[in-house]
Design a binder for this molecule. Structure first.
Ligand code: ADP
Ligand code: MG
Length: 258
């Protein structure tokens, strides 16, 4: 008998996940039989060279893209068996994401973008949610930008709006692809603090792709991808340790694959 994700303490997991793009000569294997779980209440960083499959893994785990083969669970639900409608509802209620390709609605101002998950769900934020949103807006310095539409905001401001939106409903699971990529170092630190706090204080499960060793040093766990496979899975480390590992991996002095 297989244990459920809940019994395993996992908020999401994939088993023997493979994703290929194209066919024949042009086939690219973006993910190659990846099996990994995102632990409940943990802040997990995902690192790896460009093209190693990080974004593909995040998109598939968040139910935004379908695998070529393998299984994907969000909580105890195998999402590969869901209809589009069921998947949309599950995502809306349980998952927050900050992805470059799924960003803000250009015709809505920042406030309306932040409230979008509630509108789509046909409800208003509760008093508690309102207080959380207000606090996120203040922490990320967006108070005087709420009436602006995305094109009136800098890249960093747009990214912060997307982060408030992703955290507004306090979803069980948050996926973020380079959430600090466009931010100055102070805003970056605020965002990392919010993500760490979401897991530590609120028990949310966070998976964050980053290139930045300093950003990854805020995480409880660091997964390294290489050529579509998980090549290392490490507990919390310092930025220096992470940077040293990445450098060694680039030089090919580690990475004899398990
Ligand atoms: P990362 O986020 O680590 O940079 P990606 O997951 O974006 O890597 O990409 C992994 C591999 O899959 C790369 O070789 C990339 O070129 C390829 N790839 C990603 N998306 C597509 C796509 N839509 N069509 C074809 N190839 C893709
Ligand atoms: Mg990517």
């Amino acid at each position: 008998m297989q244990l459920t994700s809940t019994e395993l303490g996992l908020a999401a997991r994939v088993h023997q996940l493979t994703k290929t793009y194209g066919t024949g000569e042009g086939e690219v294997r973006a993910l190659d039989a990846v099996s990994v779980g995102i632990r409940r209440g943990e802040f997990t960083a995902i690192m790896g060279p460009s093209g190693s499959g990080k974004s593909t893994l995040m998109h598939i785990m968040a139910g935004l893209d379908a695998p070529t083969s393998g299984s994907v669970w969000i909580g105890d639900t195998d999402i590969t068996g869901l209809s589009d409608g069921e998947l949309t509802l599950l995502r809306r209620r349980r998952v927050g994401f900050v992805f470059q390709a799924f960003n803000l609605v250009p015709t809505l101002d920042a406030a309306a973008n932040i409230l979008l998950p509630f509108d789509l769900d046909g409800r208003r934020p509760t008093a508690l949610e309102r207080a959380r949103i207000d606090s996120l807006i203040d922490t990320l310095g967006l108070r005087d930008r709420l009436g602006h539409r995305p094109h009136q905001l800098s890249g960093g401001q747009q990214q912060r709006v997307a982060i408030v939106r992703a955290l507004a409903t306090a979803p069980d699971l948050v996926f973020a692809d380079e959430p600090t990529g466009n931010l100055d170092s102070r805003s970056g630190r605020e965002v990392l603090g919010l993500l760490a706090d979401a897991s530590r204080t609120h028990g949310q499960s966070i998976a964050m792709v980053t290139h930045d060793a300093l950003a990854a040093s805020h995480a409880d766990r660091v997964l390294f991808l290489g050529d579509g496979r998980i090549v290392a899975d490490k507990p919390r480390q310092t930025a220096e340790e992470i940077a040293a590992y990445m450098l060694a991996a680039e030089l090919g002095t580690v990475g004899a694959r398990a």
